[in-house]
Design a binder for this molecule. Structure first.
Ligand code: ADP
Ligand code: ZN
Length: 619
């Protein structure tokens, strides 16, 4: 090649990555690092964090500044990043405990010879004395260009993924004070942020915070009736053949759900901490590499899963808090294409989470915090206004109603359940706070059960006063009262209902209690998630057919190379090819996501496919 290599950020973006513009604050961040400064970056999943250090690494390597070292906590993450960089024609490698000693020495030689642009390494490797000596050698020669610390929240003891090895990374700025450092995370809370900054000595570094909104994710929260059937309908109507994650609370439920889905001809794999680690690994690999697999999992499954084309995340059980919900749902739609987060939620979830919390071994002060967090999530589930607005408000962001959640799309009808709530509270009181919800509903509905007879409850003034309401309606009222703290489920005593909080004032008042009218939602079919994002034109039937051919080609190629399909070209790029039908190599190079290396490897095959299809149409 005689052309000089591009050396401005936008040129490298175009040439290597095949993209034409930066997203959000990427440009500022890249400028800062390329110029030798530090940065602390907080961006939601899928916003494009990797580019923020990969692009400066390429630029600085081209300017003769040598190697970028990327600290990453997970082997799977490193491997995928390195594979993707190879596809882009960037020299990258990783060092971790999975390598044999020959592989290790080989990579080390490449690192010392200056061949590599990026080296991914686990934190314990980076802080190892021999490795530090190698880095010092590079640094002395002016060939250590930067450090990127990915998943930086792992440094925080308060975070959810604490890794003690991360705290040892302080040694990097002590030993190499002049080498620029960029720390990146998708975890937003203030406490974690402060800890990252102080642990990594980035207190003086500029902080780049992006909006945490994930506009392509549609939030849907359904009342639980027959959760499995609801899940099945959700998948078959809106996500047939697509990859997704189904979260359950218990290992048993994970297994049962996987079996249920497989019986319905949906390929599902279980994942939980009780499985053998080899099995877990195999399931994870299949999920990452094959198309359209549904992973049923406990929350043990998650970090480091940066599969971009997960089209849905479903919760069969309610998580503990909004942070958890947002993290888990955030694994959908990293590629920016439409995706859905669906949750089925019911009375049992409220009871279960309350019990877990109250019976947990946290001290009272800590429990108070946890209660607040659970209440915020209950508020989200019961809310009748925009879900996204609430989610973002929880993270301190103001926003307008989004138009892309269930409540925005079909605003729920409301009814005033104030009277019913008073009946329910009185009935709990009359039954001396000694019975569970089933019996209380029976009394309200005037059912003459054995238990009613045994306790003479047909003599109560509340017996039969709510006969016209269904169990489902009573459950909805009870859920609201639990969410508002007026009723408590006593898990130490057979889940009997106890009165608490403001219940007395409420009974004496004529206050309304706004409840959504329970509807059997037929939403998914009618409001099916569009295949393409709003800012993309629809595909014509001809384009759809070409797209299908491109998909088949991509799948075959990916299988041959043992790569996940999206690393060849992602869906957005395939759609752009199908829509624009490039006929020359230059035209293909203009398509988003087609950089120089991919043009070279796949250009001819793609152009041929397009030309053949044009012929079919013409002929
Ligand atoms: P994160 O690490 O923040 O979760 P990634 O770095 O994996 O996100 O990026 C998510 C997706 O967005 C990737 O497919 C990436 O190639 C793509 N992407 C990143 N920056 C841009 C950009 N400027 N233009 C187009 N696509 C981009
Ligand atoms: Zn909304």
């Amino acid at each position: 090649m005689s052309d000089p290599l591009p050396t401005t950020p936008i040129d490298v973006l175009d040439e290597v990555f095949g993209y034409d513009s930066f997203r959000g604050r990427q440009a500022e961040i890249i400028e800062q690092i390329s110029a030798g400064g530090d940065a602390l970056v907080l961006m939601p999943t899928g916003a494009g964090k990797s580019l923020c250090y990969q692009l400066p690494a390429i630029l600085r390597q081209r300017a003769g500044k040598g190697l970028a070292v990327v600290v990453s906590p997970l082997i799977a993450l490193m491997r995928d990043q390195v594979l993707a960089l190879h596809e882009l024609g960037v020299e990258a490698a990783f060092l971790n405990s999975a390598l044999s000693s020959e592989e290790f020495e080989h990579t080390r030689r490449r690192m010392l010879s200056g061949e590599l642009t990026l080296l991914y390494a686990a934190p314990e490797r980076v802080t190892n004395a021999n490795f530090l000596a190698d880095l010092a050698m590079l640094d002395d020669a002016g060939k250590l260009s930067m450090f990127a610390i990915d998943e930086a929240h792992c440094v925080s003891q308060w975070g959810h993924d604490f890794r003690p090895e991360y705290q040892a990374l302080t040694i990097l700025h002590e030993r190499f004070p002049a080498v620029p450092r960029i720390a990146l995370t998708a975890t937003a809370d203030a406490l974690t942020r402060r800890e990252i900054a102080s642990q990594l000595d980035l207190d003086d570094a500029p902080l780049y915070v992006s909006s945490f909104d994930r506009p392509n994710i549609r939030y849907l929260i359904d009342e639980k009736r027959d959760a499995r059937k609801q899940l099945l309908r959700f998948i078959t109507q809106s996500h047939a053949g697509e990859a997704g994650i189904v979260y359950c609370l218990s290992r048993r439920k994970v297994e049962e759900t996987a079996k249920f889905l497989n019986d319905q001809a949906i390929t599902a794999l279980p994942y939980h901490a009780g499985l053998d680690s080899a099995v877990r690994q195999r399931h994870q690999d299949r999920f990452l590499r094959e198309d359209g697999i549904v992973m049923t999992a406990t929350i043990a499954f998650g970090m480091g899963i940066d599969k971009p084309d997960v089209r849905f995340v479903a919760h069969l059980d309610m998580p503990k808090n909004i942070e958890g919900y947002y993290q888990e749902t955030g694994r959908a739609g990293r590629d920016g294409d439409p995706a859905e987060a669906w949750m089925a939620y019911g009375l049992q979830d409220v009871v279960m989470q309350r019990n877990l919390l109250e019976n947990g071994d946290a001290n009272e002060q800590h429990k108070q915090v946890l209660r607040g967090k659970l209440d915020a999530l209950l508020g989200l589930c019961e809310s009748t206004d925009c879900r996204r607005q609430r989610l973002l408000a929880y993270f301190g962001e103001d926003s307008e109603p989004c138009g892309n959640c269930d409540n925005c799309i079909s605003p729920p009808e409301m009814w005033d359940a104030g009277e019913q709530a008073r009946m329910l509270l009185s009935c709990i009181y009359r039954c001396e706070q000694n019975f569970g919800s089933g019996h209380i509903f029976d009394v309200l509905r005037g059912k003459e059960t054995d238990k009613v007879a045994r306790f003479n409850h047909w003599n109560l003034s509340t017996f039969g006063i709510g006969a016209e309401f269904s169990d489902q309606q009573w459950r909805a009222v009870l859920r609201q009262l639990i969410a508002r703290g007026m009723v408590r489920v006593d898990s130490d005593h057979f889940n009997v209902l106890r009165l608490s909080g403001e219940w007395r004032d409420f009974v004496k008042s004529s206050d309304p209690l706004e409840l959504r009218v329970a509807v059997k939602r037929a939403a998914p079919a009618a409001k099916r998630a569009a295949r393409v994002p709003d800012d993309e034109p629809e595909l014509s039937p001809d384009d759809e057919r070409l797209l299908e051919e491109l998909r088949v080609w991509r799948k075959r190629l990916a299988d041959e190379k043992s790569l996940p399909a999206y690393m060849v070209f992602d869906n957005k790029t395939l759609r752009a090819i199908a829509r624009t039908r490039p006929s020359t190599s230059d035209e293909l190079a203009d398509v988003r996501g087609v950089g120089a290396a991919k043009l070279e490897s796949y250009g001819a095959a793609v152009l041929e496919l397009v030309a053949d299809d044009v012929e079919t149409v013409a002929g």
